[in-house]
Design a protein around this ligand. Structure first.
Ligand code: PBG
Ligand code: ZN
Length: 323
């Protein structure tokens, strides 16, 4: 016998062999497409900070939903950009709000497509924070009621899954109670359980006009240095009744994703956020990277790290490639 006895290259010989021994797969079923809905009708405007993504009025969002469904993507997540902002973010729970209207039209057009809605106040408050203020700090407990109201209004419109992203303490429990009290005990909660105070949200805040008007979000979103805290956040949300949990941002936090998945063994999502998307698109435009390969390799890395599904602005395009 000659050295080496074990030759890992034996299992890398040819595409068929590589397919046979492949450990991780990415499919359209793993992807969730975010959409930004705006007031009006017939609106489809490219978002300058998120090239290839659009501000859509409810009717246009319904058309887009048909395309997304046809590509094989199982779910979308809706973000609303309202006409009117105020101190409490009251448009967030308006019956005729952007998200509520879009949800109704989308569920009419494609009932099988799952509609998730982002539940937060920062897109709706004039100060851009994720809850109501007491002086210059976000007042946790009074915000909970407003989040509950918002989640119920999304459920009323037909949302299948509500996704709180505000990072207030106790919001999953408050939203669960509000949904149950309103008769929506079958509506699931996907909690942004582990959400870091990240510079990667920049392009989203431009797209949603939701940058804080003073200060930052470090008083409620997590310190990027912390992992123990991430485990506690995930645990608390599960105790409060989250059906699924999410880690956000993506690539820079894959260690946290793996740990959360391995520790709790629950359905765990990852969000490849706007800054990650923008960085790939910008480098691809420069011709510095192979766009398609980078996108697929990056999404596969989420699966390998333990994600059950991935929220990504590339969802529909990738699903079309994978078909
Ligand atoms: C709302 C919210 C944000 C994102 C998702 N929900 C912005 C923020 O927290 O500032 C970011 C998504 C992205 O960057 O793609 N709280
Ligand atoms: Zn917010």
């Amino acid at each position: 016998m000659s050295f080496p006895i074990e030759r890992p290259r034996r299992l890398r010989r040819g595409d068929t062999m590589r397919r046979l021994v492949r450990e991780t797969k990415l499919t359209a079923d793993d992807l969730v497409q975010p959409l930004f809905v705006v007031p009006g009708s017939g609106v489809r405007t490219e978002i300058s900070s998120l090239k290839g993504q659009y501000h859509l009025s409810a009717d246009e969002a319904a058309k887009e939903a048909v395309r997304i469904h046809e590509a094989g993507v199982p779910a979308i997540i809706l973000f609303g950009i309202p006409e009117h902002k105020d101190a409490s973010g009251s448009s967030a729970w308006a019956e005729d709000g952007e998200v509520q209207q879009a949800t109704r039209l989308i569920k009419q057009a494609v009932p099988e497509l799952l509609v998730m809605t982002d539940v937060c106040l920062c897109e709706y408050t004039d100060h851009g924070h994720c809850g109501i203020l007491h002086g210059e700090t976000v007042d946790n407990d009074p915000t909970l009621e407003l989040l509950g109201r918002t989640a119920v209004s999304h459920a009323q419109a037909g949302a299948d899954i509500v996704a709180p992203s505000d990072m207030m303490d106790g919001r999953v429990g408050a939203i669960r109670d509000a949904l149950d009290d309103a008769g929506y005990d079958d509506i699931a909660i996907l909690s942004y359980a582990v959400k870091y105070a990240s510079a990667y949200y920049g392009p989203f805040r431009d797209a949603a006009g939701s940058a804080p008007q003073f200060g930052d979000r470090r008083g409620y979103q997590m310190d990027p240095a912390n992992v123990l805290e991430a485990m506690r956040e995930a645990e608390l949300d599960l105790i409060e009744g989250a059906d699924m949990i999410m880690v956000k941002p993506g690539v820079a936090y894959l260690d946290v994703l793996t740990k959360v998945k391995e520790t709790f063994g629950r359905i765990t999502a990852a969000y490849q956020v706007s800054g990650e998307y923008a960085m790939i698109e910008a480098a691809a435009e420069k011709g510095w990277i192979d766009r398609e390969r980078i996108i697929l390799e990056t999404l596969l890395s989420f699966k390998r790290a333990g994600a059950d599904f991935i929220l990504t602005y590339h969802a529909t395009e990738v699903a079309e490639w994978l078909e």
